[in-house]
Unconditional design. Structure first.
Length: 58
């Protein structure tokens, strides 16, 4: 599975493979991955605002 398809699956953009095994540990792993991906995106937005957008207004 490609990286873009995994990201789309974590963010509920694409449906997951119905043949994939469904255990509670896989669900926990996907939950942790979803949280870490969202935290990374928030950090990128904060960095963008802090170092690109705010200096434009000074």
């Amino acid at each position: 599975m490609g990286i873009w398809r995994q990201i789309q699956t974590y963010l509920f953009i694409k449906k997951r493979d119905p043949n994939a095994p469904d255990t509670k540990f896989v669900k926990y792993m996907h939950g942790m991955n979803r949280i870490s991906l969202l935290m990374f995106l928030v950090a990128l937005i904060i960095i963008l605002i802090r170092y690109v957008i705010i200096p434009l207004f000074r």
